[in-house]
Design a binder for this molecule. Sequence first.
Ligand code: MTE
Ligand code: HPA
Ligand code: MOS
Length: 813
Amino acid sequence: MNKPIDIQLLQPTERFADYQANIAARIDRGAEAKAHDGGARVGISRPHESAALHVAGEATYIDDIPELRGTLHCALGLSPVANGRLQGMDLDVLRALPGVVAVLSAEDIPGSNDCGSIVHDDPILCSGEIRYLGQPVFAVIAQTREVARRVAARAKEVLTIDAAPPVLTPQDAHAKGQYVVPPMHLLRSESTPGGDEQAAVRTAIAAAPHRLKDTLEVGGQEQFYLEGQISYAIPKEGGGMHVHCSTQHPTEMQHLVAHALHLNANEVHVECRRMGGGFGGKESQSGLFACVAAVAAAKLKRPVKLRLDRDDDFMVTGRRHCFWYEYEVGYDDEGRLLGAEITMVSRAGHSADLSGPVMTRALCHFDNAYWLPEVSIHGYSGKTNTQSNTAFRGFGGPQGAIAVENILDTVARRLGRDPLEVRRINFYGKDERNVTPYAQVVTDNIVHELVDQIEVSSDYKARRDAIAAYNAKSPVLKRGIALAPLKFGISFNVPHFNQAGALVHVYNDGSVLVNHGGTEMGQGLNTKVAQVVAHELGVSFECVRATATDTTKVANTSATAASTGADLNGKAAQDAARQIRERLAACAAARHGGDAADVRFANDKVDVAGRTLSFATVVGEAYLDRVQLWSDGFYSTPGLSWNRDTLKGRPFFYFAYGAAVSEVAVDTLTGEWKLLRADILHDAGKSLNPAIDIGQVEGAFIQGMGWLTTEELVWHPQSGKLTTHAPSTYKIPTANDCPPVFNVKLFEGPNFEDSIHRSKAVGEPPLLLPFSVFFAIRDAVSAAGGHKVDPPLRAPATSEAILNAITAVQAGG
Ligand code: MTE
Ligand code: HPA
Ligand code: MOS
């Protein structure tokens, strides 16, 4: 699939040579040289640490953990109504059914009935106010899962609800002024810093040679992790609770369960070896299931497992926020954006969840790779009677950036220019034109050389001409091409989350165990962290084993999110391993002579005072010398600051960049389309593991393509029922949707910042690469109208949406 591209095409451009010279000057090579070289365990394409277990079906997910004797099964009774008040529940009817052990409601929660992650506005079970269709109202605990599910499905018969009409769309919520968090405003004026910036932005737009005013709609997206939400709660002695939970955030699960059970954090133990995918959907929303399972287990004093089936997972949990935008921009004859004002309204759902930080990230990504001298961005998180929307790969970043990309695409068409040229002219500069709307200075800009490279390697210009020639002769099938760049800010936009801890144990046979606060969801975090530890100790990868994330080992962890897993936990594990290495070096030098600073660890060997010993020998000697062979490690990202009121500061440690070129063919009679070729150049810094990073890039590209094309969420306009709640009606991409030509490369160049081995976070940024697919489709649709009319294409660009847009351009607007 990943065909090598012609090496000729990859000759560095002149700008790239400049870039290399520049970066060489900026990175202190002296310090790098002194750093430990552990026989290069990093920068190597190793298979995922669990690859063999994955393909053999032997990797243990929560539902594979052998069940303890007496385990009971739970299913949730869901509200059949989207808005209203619960008047009564006849749960005794259900309690009397065979196989049912208990039916629990909000009253049975001994502590607080809340699983809100930031704002405490999220009931575990309904306590009167019906907020969305699918809201958990009661929990059935039965001898078997089948009985629990069958009984829970009778919710409609036993609930009496006073129904009210639901508010479903962000526009409706905005019209009513109902939000889950206060509105946010991000303003910056180059001309009037600190003055009336709003007025300055309006003036800049009004004074511009051209103006564009429009609206845009972009849909949400279901995480569709292959392993659904699941928790298995096991009561422990003295009222303690052990929860196996498929979660990106074990510490938060610990806190939520402790609050629900009225326990201290030290009485709750949460563990997760791996998830079958999280994609943000298990950052906060695993909480409800952990709490229900724990409440039931505590009440019945038996182990209780709660595993959702796919439909319930769709009906209960939230997903990527859909956005609605209204904007006005002013631009010059070459397409430079001189002023921009945009209002973004998200569908937050019934509670705050992570909607505030998601909107913050959306506001901070409207700039994408472009300098906006006069900009005013308004964010509203609309409160609706739908599932509470949450984190999903990109976390609002994609929703922010696609708006400016759509604007530039339109500006280019209006001016009759190639969109790539209009994008380029707006790029952030290197030493000027480099301040973001949130006042962070872009100091690591590589977008110019990266885009230059992919323009050449994808043969963009020649293919654009070939497509124009093809379209001129092809009345029904139209082709389109687009190049889309990305810049993505790395760090949690809540500064204190940017910390991590790790534990490294060296056993006296020389084997190594690493435990850290991050979670494994398939992204290869444990592989990367184990590589870092192996590198630091100079041992082979096979000597290092990573264990389950566990709140009894590393405390107060952050969610594995914001793509920071390897950055944070890699640094923390390196810190732990380095301390052990230094103790081993001191011990070896004391025994064998020489200076501890000269002891070298590489390839499972230790060079000390002219002798070469095995790592295990040195470890064994250190044990006899009573040296501590395990260590903790800690890391906090330096230099971050954030003012929540003004939305200014330095929220990001650095930026990751990338660009993709996509070519599509669209059938103008049916709206069907095909991705013919995609070229990607993505910046993972000095990659810790190129194979894993390329996998992340390819996965994010295809996943994001699904978001922008086939994945459509439809809530019934009257009942508020999510009608697309299963793969039969909700279409995610498959392996067959990969383009036949798929050239994926990592940009060569280290992180300017001192990140773990100069790598860059890679989990989320490439989700923006498939913008190129959307704009290629838009280009093909535009061709159907002779490029005279701007296609009114919404996302997702389903065949239906494409056909509507074609109809519009052919009718002349
Ligand atoms: N890759 C796989 N295979 N499965 C996942 O669930 N989640 C994504 C990304 N890549 C995900 C994934 C999201 S949303 C994030 S934030 C990052 O991985 C988290 O992991 P990292 O910080 O270790 O990259
Ligand atoms: N990403 C993911 N989760 C978060 C973030 C973020 O930027 N900020 C707060 N929680
Ligand atoms: Mo990722 S959306 O930050 O879990």
